[in-house]
Design a protein around this ligand. Structure first.
Ligand code: ASP
Ligand code: MG
Length: 476
């Protein structure tokens, strides 16, 4: 497709109400004069949560939920339509269309209440209604400004496997379908406004890509349509050198690499859905994170090379709602299979492991998981090690929830000597106790565990040490 095609995605807060949608429309209108665009939208913020809650409530047999849902969604979208569309006839036509979608969702909730069962298919259909509504609002807002916005259902573009709730795209089929469906529109200089989060199987059954999946929709379409860039409009200025609540002089990074973005997404900088970069990194399509509330700011660009800097470290991240679990005892020294058993139990508990560390004395294995998963994980571990506990080979399975993981992230840390030394001497000078340390062999990140109370100080002192409050010159 055309060389200069750009994808613009607007997140839930960027289309949070009528005014926000107008702001998004203004951004699209300004960009539309520079070349072809495909827009992807999330549901208005809070809508997907409300839909999913209504679906689950309905499954308990409460038929009243459907009516309540209809009333709230109707009100919210009608208010936005009132603000966005001046002409009474056009507004009425839009509202009728919105009501139809809301009625469908309410109908599915009613059916769910009758059956007292929520099927994964019904949940997909109900939860995807928000994007179908917001796409129509934004398309009509564009029409108001003289740009031919056309709402397009992603079920006609993104082909996925058949896994309800977290479908994966089939890229070849998607490429074919998306090109066939959008070429004509783009030639006519229309701006397709595509529902994020949604796809369909080859047979046309609706699927969803997982919570927060609209970012993923945007990059799937970017790759399928050979876009020149994907711009993700959200409510933050971009990716920062640290969480500004912890470090007031944190800066927006002008450019980071796909690897750095993935590390940062993993370690708490929740700007992007974790799968977002997969479709575009191979093709080297740049992704921008920009603030729709401050469109004059440049944002952060994510590319293959990512503006390498001499200091190596790009950002300091921290996560605190995590727990450190230790499986230990003198009896496990040299005993094979303990690590295997440990992590099988963790997998059975469906807990995601964020960091692992074992000292060479083998006295214990420790790892960090999200605190929400800790009760389940501990009981799986006790079950798995019941025999070893009884025979005192495993002496303890302990949990410490008063901890945080802090990580220094940067591509160019790889092969650079002295970074770990600097990190740990700074922490030493500040009397910050380090509970565990890990570095992946990718060397893109050095992470360590500290007491929760030391997290802020650890992040601040490292941010200072590596001069992250100052602009860094690019090196080759
Ligand atoms: N609306 C969906 C959600 O809230 C998808 C998205 O916003 O990216 O999960
Ligand atoms: Mg969202």
């Amino acid at each position: 497709m055309t060389q200069t095609l750009r994808i613009m995605k607007f997140g839930g807060t960027s289309v949070g109400d009528g005014e926000c949608i107008q702001r998004a429309a203004d951004i699209v209108v300004a960009a539309a004069s520079d070349g072809p665009l495909v827009v992807v939208v999330s549901a208005m913020s809070g809508v997907t949560n409300r839909l999913i809650a209504a679906a689950h409530e309905s499954a308990k047999g409460d038929a009243g939920v459907a009516d309540a849902l209809k009333a709230t969604l109707g009100q919210q979208h009608q208010t936005a339509a009132d603000l966005l569309v001046k002409d009474p006839e056009k507004r009425a036509a839009l509202v009728t269309e919105l009501e139809k979608i809301i009625d469908e969702a309410a109908g599915l909730c009613r059916g769910t209440a009758l059956l007292r069962e929520l099927t994964p298919r019904a949940l997909d259909s109900i939860s995807s209604s928000g994007e179908r509504l917001s796409a129509r609002l934004l398309a009509q807002a564009l029409q108001e400004s003289g740009v031919n916005g056309v709402a397009v259902e992603a079920t006609e573009l993104i082909v996925t496997d058949d896994v309800a709730g977290r479908a994966e795209p089939l890229m070849n089929e998607t490429r074919e379908r998306a090109t066939a469906r959008l070429s004509q529109l783009l030639e006519e200089r229309a701006v397709p406004v595509v529902t994020g989060f949604i796809g369909a199987t080859l047979e046309g059954k609706l699927t969803t890509l997982g919570r927060g999946g609209s970012d993923y929709s945007a990059t799937i379409l970017g790759a399928a349509l050979d876009a020149s860039e994907v711009i993700i409009w959200t409510d933050v200025d971009g990716v920062l050198t640290a969480d500004p609540r912890l470090v007031p002089d944190a800066r927006t990074l002008p450019e980071i690499s796909y690897n750095e973005a993935a590390e940062l997404a993993y370690f708490g900088a929740k700007v992007l859905h974790p799968k977002t970069l997969r479709p575009v990194s191979e093709a080297g399509i740049p992704v921008w994170i920009r603030n729709s509330f401050s469109p004059e700011k440049a944002g952060t660009q994510i590319t293959s090379t990512g503006h390498p800097t001499a200091r190596g470290v790009k950002a300091i991240t921290a996560i605190s709602d995590v727990s450190l679990i230790t499986v230990g005892g003198r009896g496990i020294v040299g005993l094979p299979g303990i690590a295997g058993k440990t992590f099988t139990a963790v997998a059975d508990a469906k807990a995601n492991v964020l960091l692992i560390s074992q000292s060479s004395s083998e006295n214990d294995i420790c790892f960090v998981i999200n605190s929400v998963d800790s009760t389940r994980t501990i009981s799986e571990l006790r079950r798995a090690f019941a025999f070893h506990l009884a025979h005192k080979e495993v002496e303890h399975i302990t949990i410490n929830s008063e901890i945080a993981i802090v990580a220094a992230v940067g591509d160019r840390m790889r092969g650079m000597t002295g970074i770990a030394g600097r990190i740990f001497s700074v922490l030493g000078q500040r009397n910050i106790n380090i509970i565990a340390i890990a570095q992946g062999s990718s060397e893109f990140n050095v992470s360590f565990v500290v007491e929760a109370g030391s997290m802020r100080e650890a992040v601040r002192s490292l941010h200072r040490e590596f001069g992250l409050h100052e602009r860094a010159e690019r090196i080759e």
